[in-house]
Design a protein around this ligand. Structure first.
Ligand code: IMP
Ligand code: MG
Length: 182
């Protein structure tokens, strides 16, 4: 275990099981109808989850990326969503977009993005998150697919960072408090 991690919250094996289960749910919903599934990875935190999820899916799909920011180099949200990398597609009106997110905290990022993509004319917009911290919600938001509900703790690994570090850890772990309260 990494020296800055207090404890492992979701192990590699648990992640594997969660991702497999989510892929089966998504296949069941998107596989049957005439859908054009577009997995939309929200950079950077969702990149590891998205890579694993897409390997498990049997439904034909395309991938794309957006980058938004709501955080500074801190563990608290600023409440503002900035689009740093936008989705540019001519076929957006034909796309059934599934937003792939690492974690829902205040709910602001996904509720904003969902409305934004609907406004841009996507055929449908659903949301999928590996982790959910419902205790931290500031706006009402429920994802369509949730991997694991976790307590109100700051976590890193499997794509999630603190100050751009720890993304490559293969598990999700609680970051030691003294790392960010110095
Ligand atoms: P929301 O808009 O407050 O729901 O924020 C979601 C974003 O905040 C996620 O995409 C993460 O980038 C970041 N975030 C929230 N909680 C954590 C955490 O515990 N560890 C790392 N990043 C987090
Ligand atoms: Mg993120």
């Amino acid at each position: 275990m990494h020296k800055d991690v207090e404890r492992i919250l979701v192990s590699e094996q648990e992640i594997e099981e969660i991702v497999g289960r989510m892929a089966r749910q998504i296949d069941a919903d998107y596989g049957k109808e005439d859908k054009k599934l577009l997995l939309l990875c929200i950079l950077k935190g969702s990149v590891v989850f998205m890579g694993d999820l897409m390997k498990h899916l049997k439904t034909p799909l395309e991938i794309d990326f957006m980058r938004v920011s709501s955080y500074g180099a801190d563990t608290k949200t600023t409440g503002n969503i900035n689009i740093i990398l936008d989705l540019v597609r001519k076929d957006i009106k034909q796309c059934d977009i599934l937003i792939v997110e690492d974690i829902i905290d205040s709910g602001r990022t996904l509720s904003y993005l969902k409305r934004y993509l609907e406004f841009k004319g996507a055929k449908s917009v659903k949301t999928c998150t590996l982790l959910d911290k419902p205790e931290r919600r500031e706006v009402k938001f429920d994802a369509d697919y949730v991997g694991a509900v976790i307590p109100d703790e700051f976590v890193v690994g499997y794509g999630l960072d603190y100050d751009e570090k720890y993304r490559a850890l293969p598990y999700v772990g609680v970051l030691k408090r003294d790392v960010y309260s110095k």
